[in-house]
Design a binder for this molecule. Structure first.
Ligand code: CP3
Length: 366
């Protein structure tokens, strides 16, 4: 049973590789470029609907209630660690939480996914986004991170905080939902570039403060998700996407030089050469690019993360899934590599296949 925040006790039921010995998390070692016997493994969306334990919590709480209640957020963050033994933990939240805290009315439905009731459509609606102090406006998230760090003490499991990158968050604010045709985002891109820059600048300042606060609350790594960056016409990519990624990454690296920043861009094929100019410590590669091809595009000391196809986890041929997992590790290499999926774990993914992939990676030895 979870207790209230004030008298919260760590549940203490995570595996401890060396009891009471501080172990440097494998993820942090990989992100520093150390040569390892095996890569660390975690999965985007490792907590969620594919897990029966998560569904049980969802019977009692809405998705947003989980995000807003630290004890429950911690409970679901722990579930995949307890069941599968991942090497890293990503705090349970959503990229849209800070936009909600800035004044956009957020709802999640099973049919439609995330929806803002009051998206920004006119320039004078930019004022809807009010000023934002992550420590007070997202105090629940900071509390969740603090509690998770206590849970993870002496486990060798690293804690990852995250944020949406400015372009993806701006497109959610404009569309009011996930990207379909991108009609509203593109209308601003083509017709109101100055106002779009204003929106991106406001969101960029928020993302920097938000990640900074997460680091101060205990996040040891930050991952930025630019899910919709791959949809931007090339002529606009530098000015509207990459400039703001760079501002976030550079500001975080200036404030916290030792905290690694990982950038995930979905559909990054074709964008990787230009992404290589960014100062991120690691790049999360989707399944459309082989790790070998990606490796040839980045500097030698760049860490790559990825990229087993999320849908491979539905395979019924276990031997093939194991072979695909091992082929991914072989391509990733002995250093500068973190095992992950190309994108998130999908609902209905068979849990035994998640276990098989985790065990395959954990049993691997170079
Ligand atoms: O385990 C983890 O990875 C941490 C939690 C996490 C969630 N969302 C939980 C979630 C993370 C890192 C995110 C990021 C996120 N959220 C992104 C970027 C990564 C990506 O997938 O591209 C985006 C675009 C969102 C926005 C979002 N949230 C969508 C489009 C949806 C609905 C579609 C879907 O996959 O469910 C969500 C809901 C959401 N976020 C759920 C979870 C577990 C499902 C909520 C539920 O019904 O229980």
């Amino acid at each position: 049973m979870m207790t209230t925040a004030t008298c919260y006790q760590p549940t203490g039921n995570l595996p401890t590789p060396f009891a009471n010995t501080p172990t440097e998390p494998l993820l942090l070692r990989a992100l520093k470029g150390e040569t390892l016997e095996r890569p660390p493994i975690w999965m985007m969306r490792q907590a969620g609907r594919y897990m029966p334990q998560y569904q049980a919590v969802r019977k009692r709480h809405s998705f947003l209630e989980i995000c807003h209640t630290p004890e429950v957020a911690v409970e679901v963050t722990l579930q995949p660690l307890q069941q599968f033994g991942f090497d890293a933990s990503i705090i349970f939240s959503d990229i849209l939480i800070p936009l909600q805290a800035m004044g956009l009315e957020l709802a999640f439905t099973d049919e439609k996914g995330p929806q803002f009731a009051n998206p920004i459509r006119q320039v004078d609606e930019l004022k809807r986004l009010h000023s934002f102090d992550p420590v007070t406006d997202c105090d629940f998230l900071m509390k969740s991170l603090q509690l998770m760090r206590r849970e993870l003490e002496h486990t060798g499991i690293a804690l990852i905080g995250f944020a949406g990158a400015p372009w993806t968050l701006a497109s959610y604010a404009l569309e009011g939902c996930s990207w379909k045709t991108g009609r509203f985002s593109k209308q601003w891109l083509f017709e109101q570039p100055e106002a779009l820059h204003q929106l991106l600048a406001t969101i960029t300042a928020m993302v920097i403060d938000y990640c900074d606060a997460q680091i101060q609350a205990g996040a040891q790594v930050i991952q930025l998700f630019d899910t919709w960056a791959g949809n931007v016409p090339t002529a606009y990519y530098q000015a509207f996407v990459q400039t703001y990624q760079r501002q976030v990454i550079d500001a975080l690296k200036a404030k916290h030089p030792t905290v690694p920043v990982i950038l995930f861009v979905k559909h990054s094929r074709g964008l990787l050469p230009t992404m290589a100019s960014l100062n991120a410590d690691a790049f999360s590669i989707d399944e459309l690019t082989t790790l070998t091809d990606a490796r040839s595009l980045f500097a030698k000391d760049t860490v790559l993360q990825g990229n087993l196809d999320s849908t491979a986890l539905f395979m019924s041929d276990k031997a093939k899934l194991k072979a695909l997992t091992e082929a991914t590790i072989t391509q990733g290499g002995r250093s500068h590599y973190v095992f992950n999926l190309g994108h998130g774990v999908l609902p209905q993914t068979p849990t035994e296949n998640v276990a098989l992939v985790v065990d395959t990676v954990k049993n691997w030895r170079w």
